[in-house]
Design a protein around this ligand. Structure first.
Ligand SMILES: [Zn+2]
Length: 165
């Protein structure tokens, strides 16, 4: 079984299990892979960002390494939101931040931190060299994309805008 992060044409992201990568390709081609949010069958593999990280400093560095040019991707947007006074937007941003915090806590609870060994461990696990285990660690966007192309299921974790400072 293999888990894919998918996204529909509307940008909804979701995950789905397939027996193997070929099964995914066939089902997707036949329009049997459906977005659970809007029912669209126009889905594709979601683009991977750096995987889970516990060290905020390292996460930021990994992110910057991965993003060519070195600019943290979320920062300008976060600043724009912060400078606006619309209360609705503030509430939304707060809710988003709480959600990401919860996500981080859940991930920390349920995965083993392998730090910089993430890419190697994930690859070994996928090859069956070591037992399957939920792990978190650091990877650059390029590394995560490589893993993804090899069929290794990896999941990006958003970093809180305030953690980037
Ligand atoms: Zn959708």
């Amino acid at each position: 079984m293999i888990k894919y992060a998918l996204a529909c044409k509307q940008g909804h992201e979701f995950e789905s299990w397939f027996s193997d990568s070929l099964a995914y390709e066939q089902q997707a081609k036949r329009g049997q892979v459906e977005c659970p949010h809007c029912g669209s069958t126009q889905v594709d593999k979601a683009l991977m960002a750096p995987s889970i990280s516990t060290s905020k400093r390292k996460a930021r560095n990994a992110f910057i390494d991965g993003a060519k040019g070195g600019a943290p991707v979320q920062e300008p947007e976060a600043r724009t939101i912060a400078s606006q006074s619309a209360p609705l937007l503030d509430d939304k941003q707060r809710a988003m931040r709480d959600m990401i915090r919860d996500l981080h806590a859940k991930i920390a609870e349920n995965t083993v931190d392998v730090g910089a060994g993430f890419v190697e461990q994930a690859r070994k696990m996928n090859d069956g060299d070591i037992p399957q285990l939920a792990i978190r660690g650091e990877a650059t966007i390029a590394q995560a994309r490589e893993l993804w192309e090899e069929g290794v299921p990896v999941m990006p974790v958003p970093v809180l805008p305030e953690d980037r400072n």
